[in-house]
Write a protein that binds this ligand. Structure first.
Ligand code: PLP
Length: 389
């Protein structure tokens, strides 16, 4: 943090989302270059962050989009994504959303149930068009992350049940409005153990064979997203190791003639370029704890309250970001928000330099699933923004 930026920041109304656009650009470029080495395609998962500045930056660097609603499809196109680069996922696509996707000639629907397949077929037929579809298969691979962000197990609501796949193939065969273009897998989020992806590759190879034996050599294998980032040390590892990630698929996926591999990355592209910046409103010295009460809360960043997510908390002060090591005036704080919920807490027993009313507090790695989950609960004021250009 240079002093100029900090001085400007200090004049801003908080809470605000601070976005480091040069870091975003570098991250996306590294990811794209790493993927290009193996001729892999990346679709940015828009649900992670749909801020127009971020969408424009990512689309300008040539990524496709991964959408989970009709509105996301429209927003992606408005912000520069090629409509034919869009994949559309979600267990509950409405008729209206399916029509929007068809009218925009998207690359593929990631279909999650037999009934959805039938509905897409009938809407495509009524619009006299053809729907390109990928079947989302639940590979029963444990992502080993928080159970709220695990999606690839038999007990999850996502994907088509294995015993229904033959039924799907029969429907596809009998329909003139469906074209099977891919298989889709997504096992969860914030996955930092690459062995999870190795196990996924093994399952994907099996499913690829299964479809091949039934006469389908699908052109697209979509491996989803979920690559995790380092929330503990956002500066030491500001960009995840994309080349290791893609190389693993290169090692373990068995592709057939003409098959292309696609990914849907969200968090790993945008998480570290965002910081929630807040001010200390009050310090309360409790009997057992000291509380630092911020002007930002779960209404600006829900992840800690929603799934006990960890975000690094820092005091941003002149000259540099405050060092927390070896300082004799360090104090332990529970960093809490102003919202009327006990779960409105960003961190317990966080060791920080002594805080005072008005100090700027940075909650790091908030670029993914941060701003998009903001709510007006407690009738909160509008968010403010600061873009580092
Ligand atoms: C959320 C989601 C992604 C992106 O996940 P990240 O963990 O942000 O990379 C990709 N594909 C699907 C189907 C998703 O639901």
């Amino acid at each position: 943090m240079n002093e100029n930026t900090l001085e400007k920041l200090k004049k801003e109304q908080t809470p605000l989302y601070y976005y480091d656009l040069p870091l975003l650009k570098e991250t996306v470029e590294v990811a794209k270059n790493s993927a290009d080495r193996f001729d892999y395609t990346i679709h940015y998962a828009i649900k992670a962050n749909n801020n127009p500045k971020i969408l424009k930056e990512i689309s300008s660097l040539g990524l496709g989009a991964d959408c989970v609603s009709g509105k996301e499809i429209e927003l992606a196109i408005e912000n520069g994504f090629d409509s034919h680069s869009i994949v559309f996922a979600g267990v509950g696509k409405t008729d209206r959303e399916i029509s929007i996707a068809l009218q925009n000639n998207i690359l593929a629907f990631n279909v999650e149930s037999v009934q959805e397949l039938e509905v897409i077929a009938s809407i495509a037929e009524s619009l006299s068009t053809k729907a390109c579809i990928a079947l989302r298969i639940n590979p029963n691979v444990d992502a080993k992350t928080h159970h709220y962000i695990t999606t690839g197990l038999d007990e999850n609501k996502f994907g088509i049940m294995m015993h229904e796949l033959d039924n799907c193939l029969a429907i596809i065969k009998n329909s003139t409005s469906l074209e099977l273009v891919g298989l889709h897998f997504h096992v969860g989020s914030q996955i930092t153990d690459l062995n999870v992806y190795k196990r996924l590759c093994i399952k994907v190879n099996e499913w690829n064979n299964y479809f091949y034996e039934r006469g389908y050599n699908v052109p697209i294998l979509n491996l989803g997203g979920g690559l995790g980032i380092n929330y503990c040390e956002p500066d030491e590892e500001s960009i995840v190791n994309f080349s290791n990630f893609f190389y693993l698929f290169h090692q373990f996926l068995e592709l057939r003639e003409g098959q292309k591999v696609h990914f849907e990355l969200g968090r790993s592209l945008v998480a570290n370029c965002g910081t929630l910046v807040s001010r200390v409103l009050y310090i309360k010295n409790g009997i057992k704890k000291n509380f630092a009460i911020l002007d930002a809360g779960m209404t600006e960043l829900l992840r800690p309250a929603l799934y006990q997510a960890y975000h690094k908390v820092e005091k941003w002060e002149a000259g540099n970001i405050a060092e927390e090591t070896n300082e004799s005036n360090n104090i332990r704080y529970d960093i809490v928000g102003p919202i009327c919920e006990s779960s409105d807490c960003f961190g317990k027993d966080v060791i920080l330099p002594k805080l005072e009313r008005g100090d700027l507090i940075a909650i790091r790695s908030a670029g993914a699933y941060g701003e998009v989950m903001a709510s007006r609960y407690n009738l909160r004021q509008e968010l403010n923004y600061f873009y580092k250009e």
